[in-house]
Design a protein around this ligand. Structure first.
Ligand SMILES: Nc1nc2c(ncn2[C@@H]2O[C@H](COP(=O)(O)OP(=O)(O)OP(=O)(O)O)[C@@H](O)[C@H]2O)c(=O)[nH]1
Length: 291
């Protein structure tokens, strides 16, 4: 069971703060995790930002599954939203995002230029749930290490702009919003990647979910990592846990295996992966139609 970390008070405060800051920007950069392009989104963002132009940034592309990330880029594209994949730690991110921001605002910039307004920097803010890489990206865009405060209560100050280059400026306060934590599967996915605190979901549940996921989606990686025979690959997740706990000499200390498996997944020892699948979305739609 997912324990809710955000209280209604925090949620409305975070939302209000984002809405206040929105007034000052031309464009919102919505940051998501390449392993969770859907589960790392805030369920209310559409409502919160309204018609404000938006760029979806799929961060941590080095940890995600390239093919699946590309499907998500198309998914967003189909909704009229430009999505770009990046690794916030890379230098080239700056150029890529400046170009993408200009693309999103192309019409507006063209109109401004026709009216003789030129060379005005695009003002943007970064929004995302915890741990998607907001600070890393802001440091990269600002070209220096900056102290990022987020939605800290009781702090009122004027807007500070971090200059990326002549074309792009970012608000120094990122919008930190919450994930869709009432959804059990979303909670398991966030926990497996380490996006939420470890004590929120029991480790056995995270491990069973992870083993089932890799068995279905990346069987070769799972088989190679744990040196499993074809026959053992047919075992249930629970039987695999028993087998592997003994195989690693942990006796009946299953916790040690859970810790090892979860760390392996987070450290990409089973390769790059994307837990949210566009194909699952289509299945859900079909299910809704049948209901
Ligand atoms: N591999 C990889 N790691 C990244 C990338 N971007 C950020 N990280 C790592 O992800 C972790 C979280 O990054 P932060 O920048 O602190 O994320 P945040 O969204 O500011 O997190 P909060 O402060 O909790 O809201 C850190 O360990 C970063 O080093 C990326 O593109 N690739």
């Amino acid at each position: 069971m997912v324990v809710i970390q955000w209280f209604p008070g925090h949620m409305s405060k975070a939302r209000r703060q984002v809405q206040e800051n929105l007034k000052h920007v031309d464009l919102v950069m919505e940051l998501v995790d390449a392993r969770l392009p859907l589960s790392s989104r805030n369920p209310m963002l559409d409502k919160i930002i309204g018609t404000k132009p938006r760029l979806v940034i799929i961060n941590k592309k080095d940890l995600g599954d390239d093919l699946e990330i590309q499907k998500w880029v198309h998914y967003f594209e189909a909704q009229g939203i430009l999505a770009v994949k990046i690794n916030a730690k890379e230098q080239q991110t700056v150029k890529k995002l400046t170009k993408a921001a200009k693309e999103v605002l192309a019409d507006k910039l063209k109109r401004a230029s026709e009216r003789g307004i030129q060379n005005k920097a695009i003002r943007t803010m970064i929004i995302g749930i915890p741990n998607v890489g907001k600070s890393t990206l802001m440091n990269r865009l600002a070209g220096k290490k900056i102290a990022i405060t987020g939605n800290k209560p009781g702090v009122t100050k004027g807007q500070q702009w971090l200059k990326t280059n002549e074309e792009l400026e970012i608000l120094d306060t990122p919008g930190i919003l919450w994930p869709k934590f009432e959804d059990q599967t979303v909670g398991l996915k966030l926990a497996l990647t380490g996006a939420i605190k470890d004590d929120l979901i029991p480790k056995d549940e995270i491990t069973i979910f992870g083993l089932d996921f890799f068995k279905s989606n990346y069987p070769t990686e799972l088989q190679n990592r744990f040196k499993l025979t074809d026959e053992q690959m047919n075992l249930s997740a629970v039987d695999l846990i028993v087998l592997l706990t003994q195989k690693y000499g942990f006796r009946d200390d299953y916790d040690r295996f859970y810790d090892m498996f979860i760390k392996d997944v987070r450290d990409s020892k089973l390769g790059t992966y994307t837990l949210d699948r566009v194909s699952d979305l289509n299945k859900e739609d079909a299910q809704d139609d049948n209901d």
